[in-house]
Design a protein around this ligand. Structure first.
Ligand code: SF4
Length: 410
């Protein structure tokens, strides 16, 4: 009969990287909270459209926003995007996503190199052999010159094929060869760590380096990041790449990230959702915030506990009230965050009947148990664990709404 220790995410000791823009400093790793990132899907050449989407992502809660920098025109647009954001009062750091020609773009567009706060470098496509080494060195030199952080971002869709072939060859000569998958995992990790070591030997500080090794399978991601975390103390950027659309993408990302974050693995996350037609790009930020809040790693919004409803609830009153309260709380947060410190940790319960209603409401800061089928038409409200008032009549929703507001103000 030993007491059961409440579950909590483990802590992993990592270095701390600093990503800056002006006076805005976003720390990643060390004792910093797990950071949320996102990426635009606009054409970077379109300065206004890109700046607007960066702003939307930042307001939704993204603490860094990555933009594609794939052409000279895109590189030329970057400082203008930064200017637009600065004019809008959006100081979120921008991360440049470079593939194939990043060395040229960073060298030939110094204003772009300066306007970005971090460069994402994919070792799988910086070039091959001596030429690739030179191109990689040019990107690291730019990071050193402009004092920028770098993410060495390996992806198994673009893994260094020479490295993989060499490791497969070495594997085949083992006394007992491994399956192909573990060799692939090792190749991803080797690619990232070799590139990080190369960057350090070129003069980049260890504290300027963040690592990622993204794959698209949940168990693969867990395997790779457990191996990666065991072998280095760089901050790790975590994400299930190409997670997919809608429910599948959301569930797969949450599943993979939750397992690793609970083990203390992951210093910054991105949820890579394919937006459904009409779905806002900010949905990936909403999901990332919910993952961190669900694990108790960070708090962003008051949480609303609501039961699913069942045969005891024939009306939709409680569902409507739960949604109304949730929408209201989220809409107020931009103002409340500065006005009422700690409001994001508040818990509100909206429950459908007497079975679990009073109990769940007592666990919340403020909760209401609406009457189920056959119950007396009374809705007890619990505040700080004790019954405070019982609401009756047709105006229960509005009266509870007012009680929530009063509670927050108090
Ligand atoms: Fe059903 Fe009541 Fe449970 Fe809600 S609290 S799911 S209405 S039994």
């Amino acid at each position: 009969d030993e007491p059961i220790t409440p579950a909590a995410p483990a802590a992993r000791r990592s270095l701390q990287a600093q990503v800056r823009w002006g006076s805005r400093l976003v720390t990643v790793g060390g004792d910093a909270p797990v950071r949320v990132q996102s990426m635009t899907n606009t054409d970077t050449v379109d300065v206004i459209e890109t700046a607007i989407q960066v702003k939307e992502l930042a307001i939704a809660g993204s603490e860094m926003v990555r933009i594609t920098v794939n052409t000279p025109e895109a590189a030329a647009a970057v400082p203008h995007i930064r200017d637009q954001l600065d004019k809008m009062g959006i100081d979120v750091p921008l991360v440049g996503d470079f593939h194939y020609n990043g060395h040229r773009l960073l060298t030939e567009h110094p204003a772009c190199a300066e306007a970005l706060s971090k460069y994402r470098i994919n070792p799988g496509n910086v070039g091959k052999g001596d030429k690739g080494d030179k191109q990689f060195a040019q990107m690291i030199e730019a990071a050193c010159r402009y004092d920028k952080a770098v993410r060495i971002g390996v992806n198994w869709g673009s893994l260094d094929q020479e490295l993989l072939a060499a490791m497969m060859d070495a594997n085949s000569r083992r006394a007992v060869p491994w399956d192909a998958k573990p060799v692939m995992y090792q190749a991803l990790i080797e690619s990232a760590l070799q590139s990080a070591a190369d960057a350090q030997s070129l003069g980049l500080a260890a504290q300027q380096i963040i690592i990622s090794c993204k794959v698209s399978g949940v168990q693969d991601l867990i395997s790779v990041y457990q191996g990666l975390a065991a072998r280095c103390n760089y901050p790790l950027h975590l994400g299930l790449t190409e997670a997919g659309m809608g429910t599948k993408g959301t569930v797969a990302s949450a599943t993979a990230l939750a397992v690793l974050l609970q083990q203390g693995i992951g210093d910054t996350i991105r949820v890579s959702l394919t937006p459904q037609p009409g779905e806002a790009r900010t949905q990936e930020v909403v999901v990332a915030l919910e993952i961190l809040q669900s694990l108790g790693l960070r708090s962003f919004n008051p949480s609303v506990t609501a039961c699913p409803g069942c045969g005891r609830t024939t009306s939709t009153t409680f569902q409507e009230l739960a949604k109304q309260i949730d929408d209201f709380l989220r809409a107020q947060m931009p103002v409340w965050r500065g006005k009422y410190p700690g409001v994001e940790q508040m818990k509100v319960a909206v429950m459908g009947c007497i079975v679990n209603g009073p109990g769940e409401s007592k666990h919340a800061d403020i909760g209401i148990s609406l009457p189920g089928t056959g119950e007396a038409p009374a809705a007890p409200v619990f505040i700080d664990g004790a019954k405070a008032v019982t609401l009756r009549g047709d105006n229960i929703a509005a009266e509870f709404h007012a009680l929530v507001e009063t509670y927050i103000e108090k």
